[in-house]
Each structure stands twice: as C-alpha cells, then as structure tokens.
Write a protein that binds this ligand. Sequence first.
Ligand SMILES: Cc1cc2nc3c(=O)[nH]c(=O)nc-3n(C[C@H](O)[C@H](O)[C@H](O)COP(=O)(O)OP(=O)(O)OC[C@H]3O[C@@H](n4cnc5c(N)ncnc54)[C@H](O)[C@@H]3O)c2cc1C
Length: 265
Amino acid sequence: MNLDPHYDIVIVGAGPCGSTAARYAAEDASVLLIDKKKTIGVPVQCAGFLPKYDELEELMPDAELPDTFRYPKSCVYTETKCQRFIAPTGDSKEFDVDANVLDRRRFDQYLAERAVSAGADLRIGTRVTAIDGKSIEIAGMWGSHTITADVIIGADGPSSIVAKAANLPGVEDDPMGVAHAIAYDMTGVEIDNEAIEMHFGRNFVPGGYAWIVPHGGTSANVGMGIRKAMCEPGVTFRDYLHRFIVEHPVASEKLRGGRVTSVIA
Ligand SMILES: Cc1cc2nc3c(=O)[nH]c(=O)nc-3n(C[C@H](O)[C@H](O)[C@H](O)COP(=O)(O)OP(=O)(O)OC[C@H]3O[C@@H](n4cnc5c(N)ncnc54)[C@H](O)[C@@H]3O)c2cc1C
C-alpha cells in the first residue's frame, strides 16, 4: 500500500478520462491514478447516454477509439434506438442512434479496474491539494504526502486544480461558456424506452436543453443543463427542473406522475 515517491505519470481524477489515460499509460510507464472520491463513480453525475462502439466509429471515422469503450453488459441499464429533439410546441425531429445508457458507477469502476490491471497504482479518497512544478501535495485516507511526477495529467473535471496550476483559463471566467446541470433519477414515468429525448425552449431551459434518458421500465434520468446568465432572477435551477417536470406541455404528460428516487446533480 506504500506510495512511491516518484512516478513517470500522475493522473488526477479517476473518471472515464483519467482511468482511460491510466489504462494506456501504464503499458509503458509507472502511473499513479488519484481520486478524491471514496467510491469511484459515486456520486453519479451523469445521465449515462453513450452511443454504441459501432455508432461512435461511424460518427467519428478518423478517431482511434480507446478499447475502454468496449465494456461489459453489466455497465448498461438499457439500450436506446433514437435521439429525439423536441420543441415546446411538440414539433420534433428524430435520428437513429444506437446507444447504451450506462450505469456510470459501474462503468467508472470498470475503467479503474482496467487501469489497475494494466499496472497503474490507484489511490481513492485522496485529494490533490497543491501542485508546484513536478511536485504534488496529496492528502486523504492514505495520509499526506509529497510526490513527484515527470508528467501530470489533469482529468479532474471542470474545476481542475491541474489546469489552475498550469495557468489555463477556468470555466468560471466565462459565464456563457458554462452550463449548470441538475438532474434526478425518477420512477413511475411514462416514457418511450427506445428514445433519448432532448427538449429545447428558452422559457423552460434557458440557454440549454432538458433530457429524458430511459433507464428501462418506468425509470429514467431527467435533467437539464442551463445557463445562469439567461435564467430569470430569483428562479433557481431546481425551480426550472420542477417546472419542466410538472408544467412542460409535452414532458409533463410523461413525468408528472413519477417520483424522484435520487438527486443526481
Ligand atoms: C448531470 C449530468 C449529466 C450528464 N449526462 C451525460 C450523458 O448522458 N452522456 C455523456 O456522454 N455525458 C454526460 N455528462 C458529461 C459527463 O459526465 C462528463 O463528460 C464526464 O464525466 C467527464 O469525464 P472526466 O473523466 O473528464 O471527468 P469526471 O467524470 O468529472 O471525473 C473527474 C474526477 O476528478 C476527481 N477530482 C477532481 N478534483 C480532484 C482533486 N483535486 N483531487 C483528486 N481528485 C479530483 C473527481 O472526484 C472526479 O472523480 C453529464 C454531466 C452531468 C453533470
């Protein structure tokens, strides 16, 4: 369980990007993968919609897809066939997209397992608190340490400490460049289980869109990403989501009778 004082590569963040980077980097280098979460993938902060491997290949023919996009069925809640874009009037357009809806907790844990199998060292419950050049301060359930790395990979999300240490601009510098997300898992909803629905319209989802992502049966992830700068004064993000569920002319018909089982974001 001892940490080495030096690694070729330290990766901050064991989400999909960090674990995928670790899985490949560990083939040729000593790698430490760090995450502040005590359980990888928890809390879930994602609806889980991901086009299938063949669909991604078709959408991005020039991309070299990582093999971590081939995951076991145990990571999948359900499969969907199309993506439907809906205006507040109810007018809609839809496109065939073969996709999986992932259980992000299982998916993230699967990816971290792949990284460890490839030889990466993993420390959960450990936060990077400071970075100075190649020197990294970490603190958490394995104690406080200073380690060094030749390369530091920032896979630590939108408020990245690695990006700050590298003087890269943060998301907070541009109010229109960032959307705030809020989402629930719901049950008892009456939805089309083959469709990912995306709803638009300034009154309900200012500067963004709302989604209904089926989880199978009568369950779904329901959420929205909206821009604060475009919201009405005094109306919270939660107010917007509740308004969408209860009052939206199309979505409320499907969602109004449901109940929230989990607050996702
Ligand atoms: C509500 C919501 C719904 C979404 N739905 C979808 C969807 O349906 N489909 C889709 O493709 N995308 C979706 N996304 C986006 C998707 O979740 C992200 O694109 C994806 O998680 C990014 O992966 P990542 O590895 O870059 O970062 P993250 O998954 O954010 O992982 C970053 C990790 O870094 C760790 N970390 C941060 N700071 C530190 C630190 N100082 N020290 C140690 N660890 C640290 C965090 O604990 C975290 O585990 C959604 C996002 C939200 C918020």
